[in-house]
Design a binder for this molecule. Structure first.
Ligand code: S3P
Length: 430
């Protein structure tokens, strides 16, 4: 249990929030099946990404973790070995789903599991297409839940998959499995999800074509590059300080080197509509991804907005903290088409709304989203994180403006994505 109360303080200063979680995972995964030497700098040393790193060590990858950089000497797609034990991926949905794609092309037996939260998250979304490609995937309740058993095949079948969800994890699992067939492989999504896998596959030398909402693998499916990858700062982590600054009088923060990939910056469009005052400086490219520095200022005249449809995948992980922002906006903010929130690290519709209400906000659940009515005077009170890092961080930020303290039952979970969160917060508080 932890108690926070920062009322009267503001956030000031510069911060390089931790590196991007999605890109850190993918850098290790692709480098481990690449033929060549890859140096990964600014790797996110959070629990989720360290679990991916450990998994590839268990699969026999040659990884030299020098702390400041990770050097991976890849020996190609066929170099992985049957793991000696069950692979535990902790809380990480990205790890279990993407690694299942890679293991589908490995002719050996693996078992993947995770913590009690991950073991309740749906895996049928990847099991269905990966089985269609020829892999054997077993799990609790007919492959729906981990532990998962994956018995792959040297040569998989092609697939033309119409994904029912805009999910980068589903798309990526299929593309990664697709490296292990010469037959046509394509994934079409209902809306565009984050495209880091596509970008990185190209950087490693594979042929990938993107046409609207369809991603197709081309002829060359070998990864064969010597690369240096510098991972940019994660906008999903920066978002906590961006919203914190916007709602806290006197605040002014600069978040450095933040990823500005258009599949990730939906929060900035929401800021535009809600009247958050921010500026972007120093736009540049780092390892194939756009980055920039974002200054955010206290924004007293916030307006409600509607967030729905194709915008949802571009800000999916930011919705809990955007909901907090909405409590300080005049009017009714409606978030819909976001049923995916129910199967994240927690049921984030329930965990966000229940906790917002318990600190004094006017919020209501929808089956696929939520309604928040502002502007509310937040009182503070008891919050349950449900083991979800983003819920714990959202409500820690809320304590910047609550009348009374916010008491959070479990904050250890923040190390899933942001181990230094409380230290960084402390540094910016003035
Ligand atoms: C991720 C994709 C998203 C996101 C998750 C990370 C990724 O999940 O919510 O935090 O790295 O591919 P879905 O693909 O399930 O939408």
């Amino acid at each position: 249990m932890a108690v926070f109360h920062f009322k009267g303080k503001s956030l000031k200063g510069e911060l390089r929030t931790p590196s991007d979680k999605s890109i850190s995972h993918r850098a290790v995964m692709l480098a481990s099946i690449n033929q060549g030497e890859v140096v990964v700098r600014e790797f996110l040393r959070s629990e989720d990404c360290l679990n991916t790193l450990k998994a590839f060590l268990e699969l026999g990858a040659e990884i030299d973790d020098r702390e400041s950089e990770i050097v991976i000497k890849g020996k190609g797609k066929r170099s992985l070995k049957e793991p000696f034990n069950v692979i535990d991926l902790g809380n990480s949905g990205t790890s279990i789903r993407l690694i299942s794609g890679i293991l589908s092309g490995q002719p050996f037996y693996s078992v993947l599991t995770g913590d009690r939260y991950l073991r309740r998250r749906p895996m049928d979304r990847i099991a269905i297409p990966l089985r269609e490609m020829g892999a054997l995937i077993l799990g609790r309740e007919n492959g729906k839940y981990p532990p998962l058993t994956v018995v792959g095949r040297e040569k998989l079948k092609g697939i033309d998959y119409k994904s029912p969800k805009a999910s980068a994890q589903v798309k990526s699992a299929i593309l990664l499995a697709g490296l292990f067939t010469d037959e046509p492989v394509s994934v079409t999504e209902p809306a565009k999800s984050r495209d880091h896998t596509e970008r990185m596959l190209k950087a490693f030398g594979a042929d990938v074509e993107v046409e609207g909402l369809t991603v197709r693998l081309g002829r060359n499916r070998e990864l064969s590059r010597d690369l240096e990858i510098t991972v940019p700062a994660d906008i999903s982590s920066a978002a906590f300080f961006m919203v914190g600054a916007a709602i806290t009088p006197g605040s002014e923060v600069v978040l450095k080197e933040v990823i500005l990939n258009p599949t990730r910056t939906g929060i900035l469009k929401v800021f535009d509509r809600m009247g958050v005052r921010y500026e972007i400086f120093n736009k540049r490219k780092t390892s194939g991804e756009e980055v920039g520095d974002i200054a955010v200022y206290y924004s007293p005249d916030l307006r409600a907005t509607e967030i729905k449809g194709d915008e949802i995948p571009t800000l999916i992980d930011e919705l809990p903290v955007i909901a907090l922002l909405a409590t300080q906006a005049e009017g009714e903010t409606v978030i819909k088409d976001a049923a995916e929130l129910r199967v994240k690290e927690s049921d984030r519709i329930k965990s966000t709304v229940e906790n917002l209400k318990s600190i004094g906000a006017d919020a209501e659940e929808l089956s696929d989203g939520m309604v928040i009515r502002g502007k509310a005077k937040l009182k503070g009170g008891k919050v349950k994180s449900y083991g979800d890092h983003r819920i714990a961080m959202t409500f820690t930020v809320a304590s910047l403006i609550t009348e009374n303290p916010v008491e959070i039952d479990d904050t250890e979970c923040v190390s899933t994505s942001y181990p230094g969160f409380f230290k960084d917060l402390e540094r910016l508080l003035t």
